[in-house]
Design a protein around this ligand. Structure first.
Ligand code: ZN
Length: 162
């Protein structure tokens, strides 16, 4: 599986270097500001709905702010969910969350497409909040939740390397 992990690593580096949908959106229906104080990550997620469908999805983070994982995750998420409806987005959120918290069966990881590249963070509890930042912002947008959110959720205990 070493080659596959190397490929996943390559996907993360690529999305960090050239984030997709990395732009402000003038006519967004929802703007959610997400912060992960543990790492210093910060993103602004822009969502435009067309009825039940996510018509457009983009994000921004201040220059020099945010780690590779948080940025790659936001980039991969926007690419995966643009054009999807709310139910599909929620379903992908649930599966992604299971994957990064180590609850998704190994055999199902590959079916996550390019999102599978972030599955490895389940071994690094501190990185789970980085990977989930954009996704929590999206969930808040879908649920009309608060416009500023902080990643703080029930995850594995914060013991690195355990
Ligand atoms: Zn981070």
């Amino acid at each position: 599986m070493a080659n596959l992990e190397a490929l996943y690593q390559e996907v993360i580096l690529d999305h960090n270097r050239k984030p997709r949908n990395f732009r402000e959106m003038e006519n967004a229906d929802r703007v959610v500001h997400g912060k992960n104080p543990l790492c210093g990550d910060e993103i602004k997620l822009f969502v435009k709905f067309d009825g039940d469908r996510i018509e457009d999805l983009s994000f921004q983070s201040p220059p020099g702010v945010g780690c590779a994982i948080s940025k790659a995750s936001a980039s991969l998420m926007t690419a995966a969910l643009k054009g999807k409806d709310r139910a599909e987005a929620q379903q992908t959120y649930d599966r992604f969350h299971d994957m990064i918290t180590g609850k998704l069966p190994d055999g199902e990881r590959a079916a996550m497409g390019s999102l599978a590249s972030l599955g490895g963070v389940s071994k690094f509890p501190v990185r789970v909040k980085c990977a989930s930042l954009a996704w929590h912002a999206l969930k808040s947008a879908l649920e009309q939740g608060p416009e500023v959110i902080t990643t703080d959720f029930e995850g594995p205990p914060q013991t690195e390397g355990a």
